[in-house]
Every structure is written in structure tokens, then in C-alpha cells.
Design a protein around this ligand. Structure first.
Ligand code: CBY
Length: 432
């Protein structure tokens, strides 16, 4: 089929997106499940070698009930081995995701969670995050996204950890919800999910709390939801990569999607992005899929089957879709700068068409090592730039290397952002 025909067909079908059978408040309808195939195939056909970094993927597999025993087993084993090997250095958010993934939908890994004392270890990591805040001007060891994941996992695992004492840390005024003055929708959404779990358990009288705790939790949730709603842009919240988690937060704590128009608007924009290949990274697919199937992380202990049951998917075992477009034989040239406060080191770099930001950084480094040398770490979203000119990002100082194009921060990492001819690319020493 010609691309123009495909687009017209997609337009027509997207028009009929109002869900026919609701599981949550807003989900892709039964007849449109096939639009989710690219997401499922990206997740099924990826090469997983990253141990605990794949926990988010396993969580989605189980939450949306994609039946692939071989892959589930492989991911479970890798995560468990990584925990055994590297437990002390695993971060709070990583361990939280592992507990959610291994424990989801009642399966045999529950024994591992219990025998390896993962919930109490998470409690310790959570404590260490808070202690770091006390000693390092309110900065946690990692970030508030991970702190929220940890609170969520502790709450869902019925951890004995005194959850109510930590509620005040989640006040929406806390600077950790903001990066460079901008509200982080991903972080706010994760906090809403965690606080909603806490609120529900207080209401069921499963955790000891007084009425003040409950009121405070409600006020924080409402305020965070309003901040998420204020970050709305064309049906998305924040950007395309935060929208899945924002949808989950809105499902559990607001009436926003009870209005079918709102639901249609979000699904329309997200599915258009699926069609355009925005979710080529398995982690990106894993973070959007639960919401599109009407699920939230609060459902990990539940059994609810939604419109797009797994047998509706057309899982192909084709080669994985490349994460970036193919490199073309023709060249393009871009401008590249490293900026530290008011000092710029700039150069012009020639790379193949289809290259990503990282290729530009490598070409510049080859040209002039002193000015453009850098280091990176492999993370779930691809390479993360940790140092440039031997100056390293530091969590306690809230410093990092920000990526920009024509003066605007990028919403993709160095390994994913495809550069364009004539563009002004920059890595800037920044605080968040
Ligand atoms: N996960 C985490 O701990 C990450 C949480 C997260 C909020 C995350 C986004 C959201 C998510 N859904 O996973 C996050 N990013 C954080 C916390 C951070 C900070 C990390 C520092 C820390 N203490 O942990 C920080 C430094 C502010 C940050 N992200 C930086 C960047 C830039 C990376 C540049 C580099 N040096 O390599 C970058 C590229 C922004 C920029 N213009 O410089 C960036 N983040 C982006 C784009 C993103 C999105 C990735 C989207 C994509 N397709 O690649 C993101 C999804 C994410 C990952 N960051 Co941060 C946000 C978004 O756009 N919606 C838990 C753990 C267990 O895995």
C-alpha cells in the first residue's frame, strides 16, 4: 500500500477511536487493537541484555498479558541474576520496578521477592534517599521519579515501612518535581500513582494514619493532577514520552477521561505517533502500552482483561525495527558546541545523513579530543552522557549535560535524536 493511502486509512480509523468496551476509562477499542502491533513487536523482538534495566519491559508484558513464555522467563532470570550480583549498587527505582515486575499477576517469582528480602531492601534504599535529602540540601540520591516508584512498590507490596511519615516529602511545591524550572510530567505522574495507592490503603484502614494524612494526600494528588493537566499540548501531557504515565495518573485520580472527547484526543495523537515510529525504543513502547490498554501500575495485583486481549495481537518475529533510520551514503553538515556557562567550543562536523546526536559527538571528539572528549553510560533509554571535557554530572549538585538543538532542549537522548543538515547542536553544562 502506498504511504499516502496508509495515512488516509489511518486517519479514517483513528476517527472511530472511542472505546467500545471500557476496562479503565479510556483505552484503544477492540477493533483498533492492531494499531498497537508495532509497540508489541518492538518489545517482543528487542535484544535484552541489560539485566534489571529490562524490569519495566517485563512489568508491561505481565500487566497487559502478552503471552511470551520464553521472553518472560529470559527477562525474569536476567533480572534475578542482576539483583543477586549487584544488589548494593542497584538504585531505589530499579529495585522498585523489579519488585513490581517480578510480583505482577501472581507468579512464581514471588518466592524470589520474599527469599531475597527485596521489599525490606527497598525500604532501606528509600530511607537512604530521604537521608541524602537531609544532608544534601533536599536532593535525593537519585530523583523524585525513582522515589515515587519506590513509594508505589512499597505501598503495593504492603511493606511495613511507615509510609505516612514520608507523605510531606511529596508536597507539590518540592523542587524535585522540576527540571530547570519546568514541571516534570513523568515525575508528577509517578507521584500521583504512588500517593493514590497510599490514599486507597489509608481509606481501607490498611495503614495507620490520621485524618490529616489523608487530607494532605488528597490535596497533593489534586495539585499534581492540575499541574499535569496544565502541561497539556495537543492531547499529550508534557511530551509524547511522558503521556503514557500521565494517562495512568489521570485514570486513577481524576474525571478527565470520563469526557470521551478528551480520550479521543489523546488516543488520536498517541496512535499517530505510534504510526510514525516514535516508540522504537522498547522502554518507550513499554511505558505507553499499559495506558493504551486501559491499565495502570496500580493494577499489578489485579486480574482485569481489557478490549485488546493478547490474542488480538499479530506478533511477528520479524527482525527488530532499527531504533534509528538507516544511514544514507550522502553527507550532511551540522554545527556542534560544548557550552560551559558563557564559554563555547564550537566546530562544524560532517556526518552521514540519518546520523544521531551521538555520531556528531564522536566525530567532533575525533577532530579535537581536548575540546570535545566525552563519556557515557548505557541506560534504559540508550546512551546517557555523563561527562564532557572531563567534567562529570553530579546528582548531589543537580548538574548534568543538557542536549539542545537550535537552542531548544531535546526530548530524545543522544542515541535516538536524528540530526538534520545545518542544525546547531549543543551540549550545555546545566543544573536541574
Ligand atoms: N528512571 C529515571 O530515573 C529517569 C526519570 C526521568 C524523569 C525520565 C526522563 C522519565 C521516564 N519516563 O523514564 C528523567 N528523565 C530524569 C530524572 C532525568 C535526570 C536524571 C538525573 C538523575 N538524577 O537521575 C536529568 C539529568 C534531569 C535527565 N533526565 C536528563 C535528560 C537528558 C539526558 C542528556 C544526557 N546527558 O545524556 C535528556 C536527553 C534531556 C536533554 N534535552 O538534555 C533527557 N533526560 C530526556 C530526553 C529524557 C526522556 C527520554 C526520551 C527519549 N525518547 O529518549 C524522558 C523519558 C527521560 C528518560 N529523560 Co531525562 C523524559 C521525557 O522526555 N518524557 C528510573 C530508572 C529505574 O530507569
Amino acid at each position: 500500500m502506498r504511504p499516502s493511502h496508509q495515512l488516509r486509512l489511518l486517519g479514517l480509523l483513528l476517527f472511530s477511536l472511542i472505546p467500545s468496551q471500557l476496562c479503565q476509562i479510556c483505552e484503544v477499542s477492540r477493533e483498533n487493537c492492531s494499531y498497537l502491533n508495532p509497540l508489541v513487536n518492538t518489545m517482543v523482538n528487542a535484544n535484552y541484555t541489560k539485566g534489571i534495566q529490562s524490569a519495566n519491559i517485563l512489568l508491561t508484558f505481565r500487566l497487559v498479558q502478552i503471552q511470551n513464555q520464553r521472553l518472560e522467563q529470559q527477562l525474569t532470570q536476567q533480572i534475578q541474576e542482576d539483583i543477586k550480583k549487584r544488589e548494593p549498587e542497584i538504585t531505589s527505582g530499579e529495585l522498585a520496578l523489579a519488585i513490581l515486575a517480578l510480583g505482577a499477576c501472581k507468579n512464581s517469582s514471588e518466592v524470589f521477592i520474599r527469599d531475597a528480602h527485596l521489599v525490606s531492601k527497598l525500604g532501606e534504599k528509600f530511607k537512604a534517599e530521604i537521608e541524602n535529602m537531609e544532608t544534601h540540601s533536599d536532593h535525593p540520591l537519585t530523583n523524585y521519579y525513582q522515589l515515587s516508584l519506590a513509594l508505589l512498590a512499597l505501598c503495593l507490596s504492603n511493606g511495613s515501612h511507615s509510609i505516612t511519615n514520608v507523605i510531606p516529602y511529596f508536597t507539590p511545591e518540592n523542587k524535585n518535581y522540576y527540571f530547570g524550572g519546568q514541571f516534570s510530567v513523568d515525575t508528577g505522574a509517578m507521584a500521583v500513582l504512588a500517593l493514590t495507592c497510599v490514599k486507597r490503603r489509608i481509606e481501607k484502614e490498611e495503614i495507620e494514619a490520621d485524618i490529616k494524612d489523608l487530607n494532605k494526600t488528597n490535596v497533593y494528588i489534586t495539585s499534581l493532577v492540575n499541574k499535569i493537566l496544565s502541561a497539556k499540548n495537543d492531547g499529550l501531557f508534557g511530551n509524547i514520552f511522558s503521556t503514557g504515565e500521565a494517562m495512568q495518573a489521570l485514570f486513577v485520580s481524576s474525571n478527565y477521561y470520563k469526557n470521551k472527547r478528551n480520550c479521543q484526543e489523546t488516543l488520536h495523537t498517541v496512535l499517530h505517533n505510534v504510526f510514525q515510529g516514535a516508540f522504537r525504543l522498547p522502554i518507550a513502547a513499554a511505558q505507553i502500552l499499559p495506558a493504551l490498554m486501559g491499565k495502570t501500575y496500580l493494577d499489578v495485583n489485579k486480574n482485569c482483561s481489557c478490549a485488546c486481549s493478547p490474542d488480538k495481537f499479530n506478533i511477528s518475529t520479524d527482525k527488530p525495527v532499527p531504533v534509528t533510520p538507516t544511514i544514507s551514503p550522502s553527507n550532511i553538515s551540522v554545527n556542534y558546541s560544548v557550552r560551559i556557562n558563557e564559554i563555547f567550543n564550537s566546530t562544524k562536523v560532517t556526518v552521514r545523513k540519518g546520523s544521531v546526536f551521538l555520531d556528531v559527538m564522536m566525530a567532533a571528539q575525533k577532530q579535537n579530543k581536548a575540546a570535545f572528549c566525552f563519556e557515557m553510560e548505557d541506560g534504559p533509554w540508550g546512551p546517557y552522557i555523563t561527562s564532557v571535557q572531563n567534567i562529570s554530572a553530579n546528582n548531589n549538585d543537580r548538574t548534568y549535560w543538557q542536549l539542545l538543538s537550535n537552542g531548544q532542549p531535546l526530548s530524545q537522548g543522544a542515541g535516538s535524536y536524528v540530526v538534520k543538515n545545518g542544525e546547531y547542536l549543543e551540549v550545555r553544562w546545566s543544573t536541574y
